[in-house]
Design a binder for this molecule. Structure first.
Ligand SMILES: Cc1cc2nc3c(=O)[nH]c(=O)nc-3n(C[C@H](O)[C@H](O)[C@H](O)COP(=O)(O)O)c2cc1C
Length: 431
């Protein structure tokens, strides 16, 4: 009986494609397959021609319980599962070990044999475990390739420092199979936020001027929707409080639609008693027209050239209210905002704010962090064309209490969402 079929788990099996390239650490690939199979995953393996010099397909076939692919042009292998079907089959691709050569191919879109072609064809997330000589790892070419891949959302695990098979000591050793398998499980949506109630605000608000016109902003909601989707993948109960948006509600997320800042405030307060993580990604209007007209304002009524002067009043600061524990009257007997009752204990709510600024981004974010008593502020420069409103990528700096800033590269918003929730888990772990 194969190892794969002897493992019984109650979790649904996830489809992992393990791509093995030709480094000495390929001898650990069978151990990685076993670790993934023990988690309950279905694992198929694909090897570069050079990988097959380090580990036999027969071993990988035995531990995975599936035929192993080694050659793009082998009619028999292609007939069993063609390479595009295999690339589409995968929910996650793990590359372990990843040679310097394969990283270069992946970074530059080269598809000259089976594994590099699979990596170009797949739409699944890719987790890479590099392994190589320390000087190969430190080479500017490899560094640039890694930076490019990270910027595209490829995830890395390791390499670690230590004695290398080549005799040198330094960074370049492949992460341990158990570590790679744990990271794979996390990326597959391991329930690392199970038990948490995550409330995310997203999109922009609309403040009526009259029954037809509104004061709005350019927020699309994409960032908040990605945070909600990622939190749901991690097993949290997720409430997404969103301004008007045509984006689809992510799987497993309860969506509450609002239009104005006051409605958003009410919706947030309605969820606060159970909420354990609050992520404020919405662009909430700071002001609203003091007296929205009951009927459409007619220009004729303003005279021939008459302009329109609109008085604006301040909207409540929802993030500051949540961070500071300033709750609506009548709810004071419940845990204060900024706190949550869990397992009979009072725990501080984790509060993540966003600062979309067009100048002095970090200074403004730091002021916001302190004033609104957040655990973390995600600062982004909305004057950039590749980051911020209505684009699929974002370049953010995470601003922490105590003066620490953490700049992330330009990433797809889905990857930014994952980074933010990694930090939420880190904050939770530190308490
Ligand atoms: C004994 C031996 C060990 C090697 N180990 C590594 C390694 O750990 N990492 C690496 O990037 N290349 C290593 N190489 C070089 C790769 O095998 C070589 O770059 C090859 O072209 C990689 O092919 P692939 O990326 O198609 O698998 C090693 C070569 C030999 C002969």
């Amino acid at each position: 009986m194969s190892e794969a079929s002897s493992t019984a788990t109650s979790k649904p099996a996830r489809r992992v494609l393990l791509a093995v390239s030709g480094g000495i650490a390929a001898y650990k690939a069978p151990e990685l397959v076993r670790a993934l199979v023990r988690q309950g995953q279905t694992v198929r393996c694909a090897l570069t021609r050079n990988a097959a010099r380090f580990v036999t397909p027969l071993v990988l076939q035995t531990v995975s319980g599936h035929a192993v692919r080694t050659d793009l042009f082998d009619a028999e292998q292609e007939g069993e599962i063609d390479h595009i079907a295999l690339a589409d089959w995968a929910e996650l691709v793990v590359v372990a070990p990843a040679t310097a050569d394969l990283l270069a191919k992946l970074a530059h879109g080269i598809a000259d044999e089976l594994v590099s072609t699979l990596l170009l064809a797949t739409r699944a997330p890719v987790l890479v475990a590099p392994a190589m000589n320390v000087h190969m790892w430190d080479h500017p070419a490899t560094r640039d390739n890694v930076a490019l891949l990270r910027a595209r959302g490829v995830r890395f695990v390791g390499p670690e420092a230590g004695f290398l098979a080549c005799g040198w000591e330094g960074e370049g050793r492949m992460a341990e199979p158990a570590t790679i398998a744990a990271e794979a499980e996390r990326l597959l949506g391991a329930p690392t936020l199970a038990g948490e109630v995550v409330v995310v605000t997203a999109g922009g608000t609309r403040e009526p001027l009259d029954p037809v016109r509104v004061l709005a902003n350019r927020s699309s909601g994409k960032m908040g929707f990605e945070v909600a989707a990622e939190a749901a993948r991690r097993g949290a109960e997720v409430v997404l409080i969103s301004g008007p948006s045509s984006l689809a509600t992510p799987a497993g997320v309860r969506r509450v639609g609002i239009e104005t800042a006051l409605q958003m405030r009410d919706a947030v307060h309605a969820e606060l008693a159970r909420c354990s993580v609050f992520v404020a990604a919405a662009a909430v209007s700071d002001f609203r027209p003091a007296m929205p007209a009951k009927q459409k304002i007619k220009k004729e009524a303003l005279g021939d050239d008459g302009g329109l002067v609109v008085e604006l009043v301040r909207n409540p600061d929802i993030l500051a209210e949540v961070g500071a524990g300033d709750r609506a009257a009548g709810a004071r007997s419940e845990p204060k905002a900024g706190e949550v009752q869990q397992d009979g204990r009072t725990r501080r709510l984790i509060v993540v704010g966003f600062a979309a600024e067009s100048e002095d981004v970090l200074a403004a974010a730091r002021r916001k962090l302190e004033r609104k008593r957040c655990d973390l502020i995600v600062a982004n420069d909305v004057s950039r064309s590749d980051a911020g409103f209505d684009v699929d990528t974002n370049a953010v700096t995470l601003v922490w209490p105590g003066g620490r800033d953490e700049a992330l590269p330009l990433l797809p918003k889905r990857a930014v969402a994952a980074q933010i929730l990694d930090r939420v888990e880190q904050i939770r772990g530190a308490r």
